[in-house]
Design a protein around this ligand. Sequence first.
Ligand code: A3P
Length: 336
Amino acid sequence: MSQTSPYTIMKIWMEMSLQFEDIKTPLSEKFRSSNKRIYCNGSVRVSPSDCILPVKYKQFADRIKNFEVREDDVWIVTYPKCGTTWTQEMVWLLINNMDFNRATQENLFTRSPFIEYGFILEDDDERRRNVMDTITLAENSPSPRCIKCHLPKDLLPDQLWTKKPKIVYVTRGVKDVLVSYYNHHRLLNGYTGSLDDFAEAFMSESVVYWDPFWKNTLDFWNMRNEENVLVNSYEEMKKDLPGIIRKTAKFLGKEFSEEQFLALAEHLDFSKMKDNPMVNFEEQKKKLNEMFCNDATFMRRGEVGTGKKELSPELAARVDKWSKERIQGTGYPFVG
Ligand code: A3P
């Protein structure tokens, strides 16, 4: 039986217009009231994709769908907390001839624009004042651009599938993502619920910010053999960072000496990134900790297996069961 190419399917999606459905369930309301930011004005389910996004996304959706892509762009696409920042720093240095000088002087936020960030923050969020229109920032960035995006495949710019720039996707073990995302909500949104409450929301596929985790991951994993798509994993990066750097450089068509690869691996080591003010969000962290009266941090553990340690055995078993049901028959290698 002949298989439909992911690109054929995407062509059909490109011809469909976006539709929005307000989300108001007891669980989504509970989740909303446990966050002090972001979800305040409500969420919508976007079709196609079933992705849950803040209502404000509606104002930006067309600009992102119609965003002018360049063939020499590199897009870092991930589900949140899978190692996006780590990958952005790696890719930015690889496509900028290992310009450590600039990397240590200019914040990653402007070097590698987070394209949809503009619609994450509500108009009355004081953080907004310091954040420019990130779609414009991406539009005006010089080539080669290194653009970060958490949107699911169906909501990405249409031209990604016609101009086919390189896409680096990163996966991570779901339980580690869950605890890291819980921490992220505490830090950025002042989330006051428990880890168990958060896990409930994460698995309900109706309240957490983005696309259901498994749909996002499997959509890109299914594209792993496309010429312009590289799928790395957080676990591989932890196990053999120089190896992943070499593999990513090859994918990007970049050549460097072994010394340069090792220098990049050192720069990307967790202990170095944790102390690097250009990537560690430390400045924002201090303000957020004060605002939300907590001690959450961005560069938190940087380890594999924290989900197993931090979730109760019962909850870990539920997440595993939920995950196995979703990946059954896909061949996706489950990280337990
Ligand atoms: P933890 O919360 O588990 O520590 P993202 O950038 O997608 O938001 O992902 C953030 C996660 O990546 C956090 O995970 C963070 O600590 C981890 N991380 C960031 N830089 C890293 C690095 N150089 N090495 C290992 N993990 C890193």
